[in-house]
Ligand binder design. Structure first.
Ligand code: NDP
Length: 334
């Protein structure tokens, strides 16, 4: 069954206009969404941020930033827009005890709600408005009146009006324009996001790594290998065409030899091992909540990430990349 898509006509912006909207975080998403709301005539906006460059930016943008605690005390709607890995700690230390009765929590990613990392008050509505776009894109597209993709969901509806509030916010940040906002859930959004991060992209990166290893072993030059694999930006172009015209249909832009090579090999690839591996990652690590539990230990998480960065520095493809880059200086703007 096709999922529900919500358009501007489904939303009443006056709902959010009648509320005090507190932003917890004025970073990538926070700034973009706050400016969009203000331009949609939402006049009661409170910016809660730690005293940093983002707070200065809020001031330059004409807001008067306050502490996170103070913003929470004033908000009818809380836009939780700090990094996912910090949300649980900040929630416990600065947010939980300052929440007014009957508020609505809005998250821009499903992670903390999906894995029950936030201790939610019983009377709180919880919704997700999750743009599939960096903050700058959310802002630029709003200003230029261009639609952008966004997931929305109601996670907890105590008031009976959570969907209306959710759509009102989505509309006010420009997310229900054009093709509309897609109905999803925190579990789905977080599940797919983590799957991409822990299954799909690592596999793709490992394939490129092994591609480099085999070609290098065969005596081909690093310059030629890396240019052919990604420095030319051909993969970026292929993915752009896949998004615009179709995952397989983009093959029509490749030579017939290339089409045959790709199709005949892919059609014979049974995918069994990888499917099994992906299932294990999805079920055992992600949906079980095992990863979220481990990742919530911020000290462990920081140490692990540092360790992984150190390890990858020694990979032959990374060293080759550095060498080639120093000599050829590929243009970043093209
Ligand atoms: P940012 O990294 O831009 O950070 C937002 C703000 O949070 C900054 O002011 C930052 O300050 C502050 N902050 C960070 N750590 C803490 C802390 N421990 N205590 C208090 N404030 C803190 O976040 P994003 O805008 O990237 O992400 C916000 C939400 O939006 C997340 O849920 C994310 O998943 C979601 N999202 C993000 C997208 C993106 O493209 N970035 C796209 C779609 C959704 P400082 O850096 O000075 O510490």
């Amino acid at each position: 069954m096709p999922v529900k898509i919500y358009h501007d006509d489904d939303a009443d912006v006056n709902i959010v206009r009648s509320k005090t909207v507190a932003f917890i975080g004025y970073g990538n998403q926070g700034r973009a969404q706050a400016l969009n709301l203000r331009d949609s005539e939402v006049n009661n906006i409170i910016i809660g941020n730690i005293d940093d460059d983002y707070a200065k930016q809020a001031q330059e943008d004409g807001f008067t930033p306050v502490s996170i605690e103070e913003a929470v005390r004033q908000g009818d709607i809380l836009m939780l827009l700090i990094p996912d890995e910090d949300q649980q700690t900040v929630w416990n230390e600065k947010i939980r005890n300052n929440i007014k009765p009957n508020t609505t929590l809005v998250v821009a990613s499903g992670y903390n709600v999906a894995f029950n990392l936030l201790d939610l008050p019983d009377d709180m509505d919880v919704v997700m408005v999750a743009p599939r776009m960096i903050g700058a894109g959310v802002r630029d597209r709003y200003v230029q009146n261009i639609p952008y993709p966004c997931f929305v969901s109601v996670e907890k509806d105590v008031s009976g009006t959570a969907l209306a509030t959710c759509l009102s916010i989505a509309c006010a940040i420009g997310a229900t324009r054009g093709n509309g906002a897609v109905s999803s859930s925190c579990r789905e959004e977080a599940g797919i996001d983590l799957f991409a991060e822990q299954a799909l992209w690592p596999e793709i990166m490992a394939i490129f790594r092994e591609g480099y290893n085999v070609l290098h072993e065969a005596g081909f030059s690093d310059e030629a290998i890396l240019f052919d694999m990604y420095l030319s930006k051909e993969p970026a172009e292929i993915f752009e065409r896949a998004a615009d015209e179709g995952f397989v249909k983009q093959l029509k832009y490749h030579s017939r030899t290339s089409q045959y090579g790709q199709l005949s090999t892919m059609n014979r690839h049974d995918g069994k091992d990888i499917r099994e591996k992906f299932r294990r990652v999805l079920n055992d690590n992600i949906l079980s909540g095992n990863f979220a539990k481990k990742w919530s230990n911020t000290k462990w998480a920081a140490e692990e990430l540092t360790k992984e960065w150190k390890e990858v520095e020694n990979a032959p493809i990374v060293q080759a990349d550095q060498r080639v880059r120093e000599v050829l200086k590929p243009d970043r703007k093209k």
